[in-house]
Design a protein around this ligand. Structure first.
Ligand code: SAH
Length: 343
């Protein structure tokens, strides 16, 4: 169904940009992947789902930020794309150890998927406001802590190719036999051959986050897989847990691109915000006391030792999620000095 809608749009307007294709495939109001599938646990899994330590440490990190914000009467915690709500449930279990934080907490979750919203409603037992998009978050005065784990990788991203001194945009065209990639020539562009990705949607969102941080004070913690320098061709699809060609199973497969942390950092700095990182997920979690928490869990659950260790390794091992995944903090001036980023 979604494929025929995409073909119709191609017939009317010509080949689609990769961004437009991703937007339709992921968030079409009826047939988009995130509107119609369970996603997490079926096609992919996230750090939060792998180990409770992940959300717990972020909860402890947030309490420290709250204290550095001088323990405001209200602190707005906003999570973008909370998935099954696991990260937030683990976050809340730890952060409630600080009673004043729990009392100050005003929680907003930004979620486009009705199915995942239901899971979040089950997992999270504190008063919560749900909105579908960042723009719908009610205005507030209170300092805020914004979290996003594996959210930016789902934002639509374009792909530009420089070949023999000419720029091309990678687009999606539709023939009788199916959809295919095509390189649409743009202007001349002298320089070495290169493939570069650009996500206007990510830059726009970073601007909105920056505006909110400026107005309310606070910090944004962005965790995702991606790169700070260089670029590439990273569009990938996962269908039922396995890599799949991105133009197949449209609306039934997850589509992502690696996050360009270098560009997000540049955007945040240009809006006058402070930036820490990106640093590796391994480094960030270890700085927050990952090893101690792991030991405590193993001692409490001796029969689970092997499982706990295996899950922990997935999060921090350099050949698993330890270095590909990165953590960056963006904060309102003058500075907040959050824990986790020391070298
Ligand atoms: N943060 C979660 C899940 C990451 S998966 C975890 O760590 O487990 C991506 C999440 O973002 C899902 O909840 C998905 O439904 C949501 N999402 C994706 N695109 C979105 C969009 N454009 N607007 C709002 N939510 C979106």
């Amino acid at each position: 169904m979604l494929e025929s809608l995409i073909r119709q749009e191609i017939q009317q307007k010509g080949p689609l940009s990769q961004s437009r294709f991703m937007e339709l495939a992921l968030t079409h109001p009826y047939y988009g992947y995130y509107r119609s599938q369970e996603a997490i646990g079926h096609d992919f899994t996230t750090s939060a789902e792998i180990s409770q330590i992940f959300g717990e440490l972020i909860g402890a990190w947030a309490v420290d930020v709250y204290q550095k914000l001088d323990q405001p009467e209200t602190v707005s915690v906003i999570e973008l794309g909370p998935g099954k709500g696991t990260l937030m449930a683990d976050f809340l279990r730890v952060s409630k150890l600080c009673e004043s934080f729990s009392q100050a907490l005003s929680l907003t979750l930004v979620e486009i998927s009705p199915l995942l919203k239901k899971s979040q409603q089950k997992a999270i037992q504190v008063p919560t406001t749900w909105v579908e998009q960042f723009d719908d978050i009610p205005p507030a005065q209170s300092p805020c802590i914004i979290l996003a784990n594996e959210f930016f990788d789902a934002l639509p991203t374009n792909c530009l190719i420089r070949k023999e001194n000419r720029l091309y945009e990678r687009c999606i065209d539709g023939q009788e036999e199916g959809l295919s990639f095509t390189n649409t020539p743009l202007q001349e562009d002298p320089g070495p051959d290169q493939i570069k990705e650009e996500s206007p949607a990510a830059s726009i969102l970073m601007e909105k986050i920056s505006n909110r941080l400026f107005k309310q004070r606070g910090i944004f913690l962005c965790i995702d897989y991606g790169y700070e320098e260089g670029s590439g061709d990273s569009l990938q699809a996962l269908f039922q847990g396995n890599p799949s060609p991105p133009l197949e199973h449209i609306g039934k497969a997850d589509l992502t691109c690696h996050v360009d942390f270098g560009k997000l950092k540049e955007d945040a700095l240009s809006h006058g915000l402070g930036v820490l990182g990106p640093i590796s997920q391994r480094h960030f979690l270890k700085n927050l006391g990952f090893d101690l928490r792991l030991e405590a869990l193993k001692q409490k659950n001796p029969c689970q030792k092997a499982n706990l260790e295996a899950a922990a390794q997935r999060l921090i091992h350099p050949q698993q999620m330890g270095t590909l995944f990165k953590v960056m903090a963006v904060f309102s001036p003058p500075t907040l000095n959050p824990i986790g980023f020391t070298s």
